[in-house]
Ligand binder design. Structure first.
Ligand code: P6P
Length: 326
């Protein structure tokens, strides 16, 4: 399959996208350009994340986003940067963001719709813990030039044409899929370029790391409690960074499972289907992993509203299957 023709490590992102453009359905270059627009915006956000401690942009902006989260200034900045880059890029007609109550009509003729969490884990900014951007890309379903329809906005995860994340960590990485495997690029700030560092990423089928916030364990449903006990009985390692992209990325590389189940505080789970779970589920499956609500495949869930939450089990295929069996 052409998609698995690994490019040499060190290939620059632009060259990689160009070399793989033939795989994109409707390969008319728009999706390539959209990926470049996202990469560009991430470079600007990366620069701001890296100097957050220097300029008084840390600490809460005082406002709260539509989900009641205390908005950090970097949240606001990241949302602005990605929205502006996508508006100027012209490839996206509508944007769904954690930071916006309803979808944003970008007034473009673009063929694509993007769902994005511009800066997930933002409560970690003040303590210098890795944070991330998560995005899903869909084809517009309604006729270009006509008003945006609900069918354009509320699409199942299985309809994604691309998905990815940027991890602003000890190094900054862009990891994405277009349905032909998963590739990871590491940012070289001195050159302002992403370079292929992790070609054709495969998530180990098994692992011994479990990621869950056990502070909420008293309200976990019995199957979750029993699975955690199974992990302890098998001497697994507990690793919970409290930043979804960082926990996901580690599990992608080393094998492991991340669980955010239903809790008393969040009876539907805390994570969002449209701009957190669907993207990571697509990436997980493309890397040989699995993503479930505990009862159903994440990518099969029919979204009912933009900010819908779902319980989320994602990671090594055999670990997710085991967790579902409790
Ligand atoms: P808790 C961060 O707010 C986030 O959305 C994810 O990045 C992270 O995994 C989770 O919530 C942490 O939530 O309830 O464990 O603090």
């Amino acid at each position: 399959e052409t998609s698995r023709i690994a490019q040499p490590i060190g290939t620059a992102l632009d060259r990689f996208i160009k070399n793989h453009q033939d795989q994109f359905a409707f390969a008319s270059g728009e999706l390539s350009q959209l990926l470049r627009d996202i990469a560009l915006a991430s470079k600007v956000v990366n620069r701001e994340v890296n100097k957050a401690g220097l300029i008084d942009i840390m600490g809460a902006a005082g406002s709260t986003n539509n989900t009641g989260d205390q908005q950090q200034k970097l949240d606001v900045l990241a949302n602005i940067r990605f929205t502006r880059a996508l508006m100027k890029g012209g490839e996206v007609c509508a944007l769904v963001s954690e930071e916006s109550e309803s979808y944003v009509d970008l007034n473009n003729e673009g063929k694509y719709v993007i769902a994005i969490d511009p800066l997930d884990g933002s409560s970690n900014i003040d303590v210098n813990v890795s944070i991330g951007t998560i995005f899903s890309i869909y084809r517009r379903k309604s006729i270009a030039g006509m008003p945006i329809q609900e069918e354009d906005i509320l699409q199942k995860g299985s309809d994604q044409v691309a998905a990815g994340y940027i991890l602003y960590g000890s190094s900054t990485m862009l990891v994405y899929t277009t349905g032909h495997g998963v590739n990871g690029f590491t940012y070289e700030p001195s050159l302002g370029e992403y370079f292929l560092s992790h070609p054709d990423m495969q998530m180990p089928a098994d692992g011994k790391i479990y990621s869950i916030n056990e502070g909420s364990a008293n309200s976990f449903e019995k199957p979750v409690k029993d699975y955690i006990q199974h992990c302890k009985d098998n001497n697994y390692t507990a690793r919970y960074i409290g930043s979804l992209v960082a926990d996901f990325h580690r599990n992608l590389l080393k094998g492991g499972i991340y669980i955010y189940p239903a809790t008393a505080k969040d009876p539907q789970g805390k994570l969002r289907l449209m701009y957190e779970c669907n993207a990571l589920a697509f990436i997980a499956e493309q890397a040989g992993g699995k993503a479930s609500s505990g009862k159903a495949r994440i990518l099969d869930l029919e979204p009912r509203h933009l900010h819908e939450r779902t319980p989320f089990y994602v990671g090594s295929k055999n670990m997710v299957t085991k967790a579902e069996s409790f």
